[in-house]
Ligand binder design. Structure first.
Ligand SMILES: NC(=O)c1ccc[n+]([C@@H]2O[C@H](COP(=O)([O-])OP(=O)(O)OC[C@H]3O[C@@H](n4cnc5c(N)ncnc54)[C@H](OP(=O)(O)O)[C@@H]3O)[C@@H](O)[C@H]2O)c1
Length: 310
C-alpha cells in the first residue's frame, strides 16, 4: 500500500453525512478535499477545506481531483428520479471508483444502506447493491458502511416529520406502523467511517443505532419531543402516495417516495445484528427536540434546483 499523504477526499462535505465525516477528519489534523455540486455553498468548515466540483463528465478530470489522496469517503447518491436526475447515481459512483483506482487512492470507504440487494424491486436498494458490486470489482482496499435512517443536525426526513407534527392536527402513519427502524446518529456514522478508513481489510459494517423502534413509536417519540398534540392516525398504504403528493405540491418538494416507504415497511432499514452506533435517538431528541422541525428541509431545494457544476 502507498504511503499516507494526509489528504482525504470526502464527497458532500457541504451537505449532510459528508460534513460529519469531514469535521472528524479535520479534528484529527487531516487535510480534506470535497467533491460537490454546490461549490459556492457556505460551509463553515474553515478556509482549508478544498472544495471541487464533481467531474462525472470527464474521467480524467475526476481522477485529477483524487490525485495524492489517501482515502476516499464516498457519500454520493441520488435518492429518487426527479426531472432530469435519475439513477445515474450508479453509473457515476462507478466512474468515481474507477477514477479513484486510476489516481492510486489507497482506500475507499463507501456509504451504502442496510440490506441492499441486486434482486430488489426497489431502485434504491437495488442501485446500492450494484454500486457495492462496482466497488468490489475495482479491487481497491475498501470498507462499506451501511446506515439505517440517519438522524442529527441537517437531516431531512426526521426534521420534516417534526415539521409536520408541529403544524398539523393529524399525522398519517402508513399501515400498521409496526415496522421497525434503528435510527443512527450522523456522528456515529462518521465515526464508523473514519475508523474503517484507518483499517486495511475489506469490510462491511452496518451503521445502526442502539434503539430499535417501530415507525409509529419513532414518530411518537418525535411528537412528544417537539411538544406536538397531533394525533397519529393509521392510513392504508394506498392513501399515502396521494397524501405525500398533495403535501409535496404545497411544499414544492418530494417528501417520501412510494419506493422509500415500501423499503421502510419491508423493514429494510433495520438489522438484527448488534448496535454499532452509540447515540440513542430518544436521548438525542430530548436534547434537540426544541430545534427539530422548526424549519422545513426541502430535498428538492437542497439537491435538485441548483444546476450541477459539472
Ligand atoms: N440520510 C439518511 O437517512 C441515509 C440513510 C441510509 C443511507 N444513507 C446513505 O448515506 C449517504 C449520504 O447520505 P446523505 O443523506 O448524507 O446525503 P447528502 O449529504 O445529502 O448527499 C451526499 C452526496 O450526494 C450528492 N447528491 C445528493 N442528492 C443528489 C442529487 N439529487 N443529484 C446529484 N447529487 C446529489 C450530494 O451533492 P452536494 O454535495 O452537491 O450536496 C452529496 O455530494 C448516501 O449514500 C445515502 O444513500 C443515508
Amino acid at each position: 500500500m502507498s504511503a499516507d499523504t494526509g489528504l482525504d477526499v470526502v464527497t458532500g462535505a457541504v451537505s449532510y453525512t459528508g460534513r460529519s465525516i469531514t469535521e472528524l477528519l479535520l479534528a484529527q489534523g487531516r487535510s480534506v478535499r470535497t467533491l460537490t455540486h454546490h461549490t459556492d455553498r457556505a460551509h463553515g468548515l474553515g478556509a482549508d477545506l478544498d472544495v471541487r466540483p464533481y467531474r462525472f463528465d470527464d474521467g480524467r478530470a475526476l481522477a485529477a481531483t483524487l490525485e495524492g489522496v489517501s482515502t476516499l469517503y464516498n457519500t454520493y447518491w441520488v435518492r429518487f428520479t426527479h426531472g432530469g436526475a435519475s439513477f445515474e447515481a450508479v453509473a457515476n459512483s462507478r466512474l468515481l471508483f474507477e477514477a479513484a483506482a486510476d489516481a492510486g487512492v489507497r482506500r475507499i470507504v463507501h456509504i451504502s444502506i442496510t440490506n441492499p440487494s441486486a434482486d430488489s424491486e426497489l431502485p434504491y436498494f437495488r442501485g446500492k447493491a450494484l454500486v457495492e458490486r462496482a466497488l468490489v470489482a475495482t479491487g481497491a482496499s475498501h470498507a462499506i458502511v451501511r446506515p439505517t435512517v440517519v438522524f442529527g443536525r441537517g437531516d431531512v426526513l426526521l426534521n420534516n416529520i417534526a415539521w409536520l407534527l408541529r403544524r398539523l392536527p393529524l399525522f398519517a402513519v402508513p399501515g400498521s406502523g409496526r415496522y421497525r427502524v434503528r435510527p443512527v446518529h450522523v456522528d456515529d456514522v462518521a465515526r464508523l467511517c473514519v475508523a474503517a478508513g484507518a483499517e486495511a481489510d475489506d469490510m462491511v459494517i452496518d451503521a445502526v443505532g442502539p434503539e430499535v423502534l417501530t415507525f409509529e413509536d419513532m414518530v411518537d417519540v418525535v411528537r412528544r419531543a417537539v411538544g406536538s398534540r397531533a394525533r397519529l392516525v393509521h392510513v392504508p398504504l394506498a392513501a399515502v402516495p396521494v397524501l405525500t403528493r398533495l403535501l409535496g405540491l404545497l411544499l414544492r418538494d418530494v417528501l417520501l417516495t412510494t419506493d422509500e416507504l415500501r423499503g421502510l415497511m419491508a423493514e429494510l432499514v433495520t438489522t438484527d445484528g448488534p448496535a454499532t452506533g452509540e447515540i440513542a435517538f430518544s436521548e438525542w431528541l430530548a436534547a434537540e427536540g426544541d430545534h427539530l422541525g422548526r424549519k422545513y428541509a426541502s430535498e428538492l431545494a437542497r439537491h435538485f434546483r441548483v444546476p450541477a457544476t459539472a
